[in-house]
Design a protein around this ligand. Structure first.
Ligand code: FAD
Length: 405
């Protein structure tokens, strides 16, 4: 009899899980349930091209032209899964119960809300969905001064998009430096300089202590270092947390993220999970990753295994962010104890390499996509490297690839 595979979620992890499950078992009934009203779309453009008016979310369906239906997958749009009934093996949704033989949870992340700037407050925005991006774009249309809370990837991308439209932008960040989680101090300084070059003002090492709605609708924000900013629009980008409530209520092992093994299996062998919502073991300890490529690759493994294979996830993680004409990309596992090597590159380019136990463990580049593609292969293949050669731009990475692991 045909198996029922149900996938909960509408992001890349869910879409790739559904597509791969159907590819592995063409006879299976694969159903994807997403609470969003539209075909799953790519999120990265939301803080970049969509805000700049250069793209629409519907232009980029994750499943490609024709959407999920073209892959033979049934899609329940605008449908929320409210309960996983493990005893009855059913996903209970707002559109009825769906029986499953295998289930994939790919519910992604929820935004971290600042109590002083709650979601729903007029002129205050958070960014996760296409509806949020449209609301921010509309808000920016008449905006003179935008305040962004948080100098992480999303906050800085929004700042760059707004500055590019001639809007005065102030970024307030709790940490003493920008992108503290994603990059080293020196690379952070290069990115900060680019923002300042575009007129963005930064208040680092500060937090918002008081918020007052003014009579004209603008918002006054007081900070811990005694500054006062009056904003027409505020965008909060203070990070995300795993949307793991369904799994927790179902009694699965959840520890700030759904715990999965290398096959993306949860503590219930018939239930898999993938993407932002999961926590899994790596040589660096247990981690959660919040980036596109991980979600896509992890989802693909979960989908294949839900369809009966036994693949393991061992991809090298990577993220990217685009700010002005800077394409910033990290590949691998950053480690504070690793040896750091800088490869000098001309123009607005930079490349930092980390070496651990004789191999590259992490690389972070600005406008260095071609170099990073080769470095990714060096990392994936565990090829031994020499720090002096890495620091010498005359020594091509492709030649190093020919060495044996
Ligand atoms: C604005 C923005 C820009 C980004 N830019 C980049 C970038 O440049 N580079 C990069 O690497 N990463 C970027 N990311 C991060 C990347 O998009 C995420 O890591 C990725 O989308 C995670 O995929 P996911 O499938 O795990 O979860 P999500 O994409 O979060 O998808 C989860 C989906 O599940 C749905 N859902 C949740 N609960 C239920 C339920 N109970 N029933 C039904 N549906 C449910 C949600 O509505 C959502 O559609 C960006 C994210 C955002 C928001």
């Amino acid at each position: 009899m045909a198996r029922n595979i149900v996938v909960i979620g509408g992001g890349p992890a869910a879409v790739f899980a559904a597509i791969e499950a159907k590819k592995r078992d063409a006879t299976a009934n694969v159903t994807l349930v997403t609470e969003e009203a539209c075909e799953p779309y790519e999120k990265p453009p939301l803080s970049k091209a969509v805000l700049l008016g250069k793209a629409n979310p519907e232009d980029a369906p994750i499943a490609g032209p024709g959407g999920l239906a073209k892959h033979g997958i049934a899609v329940r749009l605008g449908t929320r899964c409210t309960l996983i009934d493990r005893a009855a093996r059913q996903a209970v949704t707002t559109g009825g119960a769906l029986p499953y033989d295998a289930l994939v949870i790919a519910t992604g992340s929820l935004m971290r809300e600042l109590p002083l700037l709650p979601m729903g407050m007029p002129r205050v925005h958070y960014l996760r969905t296409e509806a949020h991006a449209r609301a921010i774009k509309a808000g920016l249309a008449g905006c003179k001064h935008l305040v962004v809370i948080g100098a992480g990837l999303i906050g800085l991308e929004v700042a760059a998009s707004a500055a590019g439209q001639g809007i005065e932008v102030t970024v307030i960040e709790f940490a003493p430096r920008i992108m503290a989680r994603a990059c080293d101090e020196e690379t952070g300084e290069l990115i900060l300089a680019e923002h300042r070059h575009h007129g963005v003002d930064f208040d680092l090492g500060a937090s918002v202590t008081q918020v007052t709605e003014q009579l004209d609708g603008s918002i006054a924000l007081e900070t811990s270092d005694g500054e006062l900013y009056v904003a027409d629009v505020v965008v909060v980008g203070t990070g995300v947390k795993p949307d793991d409530a369904l799994a927790l209520a179902a009694g699965l092992d959840v520890q700030d993220g759904i715990v999965v093994d290398a096959q993306c299996r949860t503590s219930d062998p018939d239930i898999f999970a993938a993407g932002d919502v999961t926590r899994f073991s790596t040589p660096q300890g247990t981690v959660r990753l919040e980036n596109w490529r991980h979600a896509q690759d992890h989802g693909a493994v979960a989908g294949r295994n839900a369809a009966g294979t036994s693949d393991s996830y061992n991809a090298v993680p990577s993220y990217w962010t685009e700010q002005y004409d800077l394409y910033i990309q990290g590949v691998g596992w950053p480690d504070p104890s690793a040896q750091k090597v800088r490869r000098p590159l001309p123009d607005k380019r930079a490349l930092l390499l980390e070496i651990k136990d004789g191999v590259i463990s992490y690389a972070l580049g600005i406008n260095a996509q071609r170099d990073l593609a080769a470095v990714r292969r060096l990392i994936e293949r565990g090829i031994p490297v020499d720090a002096e050669a890495l620091a010498d731009p005359a020594k091509p990475f492709n030649a190093m690839l020919k060495a044996k692991a």
